[in-house]
Design a binder for this molecule. Structure first.
Ligand code: FAD
Length: 472
């Protein structure tokens, strides 16, 4: 066989992780395939992006990752960045309910207080909502859950709309900027599906699930030079390993070529022959690119993504006092604000989470804006959006003066939505594309988040290597 060739389309963290695996992973391979990574943007990293701002390494996309999962930590060690690791400096969060901050109880399971007593302790819920929670414990509704259902379909009948939309949705839906009535319980919140399959009280089943933190110690971590530094380091390592790295080049289509190289990856100016192609792009792009081979992966176009904006704000510490505990505040949708409703879905206390961001006399906040069905922020320019977010911060946290500075980063269609039936949809597309030597990797498929994206990319790299190795 001519020199094996693999093209990775998309240079976000999943595409870079795939290329890293293809070039040998932790130990550089003596005899790797030719690997080319093609990225449409002018830089690698996708959602991982850090910048210098007010003397700090500020993340404009993800600011940390779940360190209870192994994939991100393993990659960070493999590229020798473990000296840069930093554990999260606080825990817990508050919910903004009824115009006040309510600390989430310590026994919350993925942000859900798992008993009526715990719901009462949270505060801010109506008597009717608390009565629904109590009824679930005493005379639970019968339910039968076969296959996948939405998170809303489980929570609303058991606990009522108020708890569903004001407590469960801000936490669970917030991670993907999605709505609980569409998001798949199987793909987004498997413990809830497990609880729903048990008989009796949903709350009791939830509280009986394995504890959230099986091992003691912090569950989130980041890198002192920002999460963007992981992508930068990977690019350095890949360049040393002679991986072909192209930025500012958009892949237009995949082509069927001859026997020697079954696939061609087409851009405006080039056609790269390949034995295997890894598509690490948003799902609708993967559907479009593979459409020139056949239409079998068309279903991927239904994997929608939410747009979001991250607004960073730096205040003088004389002008803003944070609540004593926690890493941030979640804001339920439809929370009234100035005759409208809040745009902000969450506030993160960045310099409480990460010590590398702390500076005397300042408080650094980040506001999350945008949901799958709330794109109001898109019609506001950066200046107007920043002013609006500051007014919302004033309502929620009581800021006493305007921030010293703000910075807006927009992420159009940045957060994939896992709707009901997601796992089957992805499995069907994978099975179909596999017959062409096309593999899928990244956050649209195997979990939203840095560890899941890295795992997805590395597994795709391993599968590609296995396809290149003739079976004995
Ligand atoms: C605002 C925001 C905050 C987040 N916060 C967190 C967090 O705190 N913790 C956490 O763990 N996760 C977080 N996530 C999720 C995490 O960032 C993602 O899961 C992960 O970065 C996705 O990586 P990816 O490589 O799969 O996709 P992407 O980063 O989206 O990369 C896909 C790449 O494909 C490229 N591309 C698209 N089309 C083409 C084409 N035709 N040709 C060539 N290239 C193409 C794109 O330019 C892009 O670079 C956040 C995400 C966002 C958007």
């Amino acid at each position: 066989m001519s020199r094996p060739s693999v093209v990775v389309v998309g240079g976000g963290i999943s595409g870079l992780a795939a290329a890293f695996e293809l070039s040998g992973g932790a130990t550089p391979s003596a005899n790797p395939p030719r690997v080319e990574v093609i990225e449409a943007d002018e830089r690698f990293g996708g959602a991982l992006l850090s910048t210098r701002w007010h003397g700090r390494n500020l993340d404009l996309g993800p600011d940390g990752f779940l360190s209870r999962r192994p994939e991100a930590l393993a990659l960070i060690r493999d590229v020798e960045l473990e000296g840069e690791l930093e554990d999260v400096g606080a825990s817990g969060a508050s919910l903004y309910l009824g115009g006040s901050l309510r600390a989430l109880p310590d026994d919350a399971v993925m942000g859900i207080p798992p008993s009526s007593a715990s719901m009462r302790q949270l505060g801010g819920l109506s008597r009717g909502a608390l009565a629904r929670a109590r009824r679930d414990e005493l005379i639970p509704r019968k339910r039968r859950v076969d296959g996948d259902v939405s998170i809303g379909e489980i929570v609303r009948p058991a606990l009522g709309d108020e708890i569903a939309y004001r407590v469960v949705e801000p936490m669970v839906g917030g991670i993907q900027a999605g709505r609980i009535d569409n998001l798949s319980a199987q793909s987004v919140f498997p413990p809830l599906l497990e609880a729903a399959r048990q008989r009796g009280s949903l709350l009791k089943a939830l509280s009986g699930l394995s504890p959230q933190s099986p091992s003691p110690g912090p569950s989130f971590a980041s890198l002192r030079r920002g999460m963007g530094s992981l992508a930068e380091r990977l690019v350095e390592v890949l360049a040393q390993r002679d991986v072909v790295l192209r930025t500012g080049v958009t892949v237009k289509a995949l082509r069927s070529l001859g026997e020697e190289y079954p696939l061609g990856v087409e851009t405006d100016d080039t056609l790269t022959p390949a034995h295997v192609v890894i598509l690490a792009t948003p799902a609708p792009v993967a559907a479009d690119l593979s459409a020139s081979l056949s239409d079998g992966a068309r279903e991927l176009t239904t994997i929608d993504s939410a747009s979001a904006a991250m607004v960073s704000l730096v205040y003088s510490s004389a002008d803003l006092t944070l609540p004593e505990h926690g890493t941030g505040v979640l804001v339920p949708l439809q929370t009234p604000f100035e005759g409208d409703t809040h745009l902000v879905t969450a506030l993160t206390f960045l310099d409480r989470k990460w010590s590398h961001l702390r500076r005397d006399g300042e408080v650094l906040l980040r506001a999350h804006v945008g949901r799958i069905d709330d794109r109001r922020f898109e019609s506001l320019d950066d200046e107007t959006l920043s002013q609006r977010v500051h007014r919302e911060v004033t309502a929620i946290l009581g800021a006493r003066a305007t921030p010293r500075d703000t910075r807006v980063q927009r992420w159009p269609r940045g957060l994939p939505q896992y709707y009901v039936g997601h796992a089957e949809r992805v499995a069907r597309a994978r099975q179909f594309l596999d017959s062409f030597g096309v593999l899928l990797a990244g956050s649209p498929y195997d979990g939203v988040g840095i560890p899941a994206s890295i795992g997805s990319g590395r597994r795709a790299g391993q599968s590609a290597l296995a396809r290149l190795t003739p079976s004995a």
